[in-house]
Design a protein around this ligand. Sequence first.
Ligand code: TMP
Length: 211
Amino acid sequence: MNQALRRGALIVFEGCDRAGKTTQCHKLVEVLKREGHRVELMKFPDRSTTIGQMISQYLQKKVELEDHVIHLLFAANRWEAVKKMENLLLNGTTLVVDRYSFSGIAFSAAKPHMDFEWLKQPEVGLLQPDLVLFLELSSDVASKRGEFGQERYEQPQFQRSVRQIFRKLQDKSWQVINADGTPEEVHQDIYEKVKRSIELVSFQQLKKFDK
Ligand code: TMP
């Protein structure tokens, strides 16, 4: 089949803070590039945009924002990337994305008085991932990974609530990855799944989140 018609895969990494997502994203991109794949790494929040800078200020506790407002800003930060993502995918570039809409929903839903159905609405119409790799860390290993950072949300109790909400969001595109192993062990598990996904979706249409 014509190689040029193949689209890239949208691969998303999710999980609680300190599960090793960023390390695994970099490793995966490096290996795929070495094999000759067209691949790009993306990260949400993208703190480089104007909206991303507002988000960053909020996470660093330099400003306070109402909970619905920050939720919409996180979603807007994904919407401003949607055209670029679509073009890359259609041109055959696989995107490896460090956090996406599921973090958006789970972190907001862990706050009091947030309506779960309302939280999902700003994500409707965004590109739907082909594969979600959910990195799960046992509480034993998590407690050995050292202190949380200083940003908002980096607290054990809040992270436990986020983790429970993530479970509610799982669908058939999710693969739960045991993140307790060494970076290399975890990578091997991820690599096999990603290779299969790239092959499987290359002639499929891009999908969008629906209502
Ligand atoms: P980071 O540490 O991966 O840069 O993510 C920053 C924090 O933002 C992290 O605690 C998760 C949270 N977050 C949201 O609350 N909503 C979102 O939509 C995203 C992408 C992240």
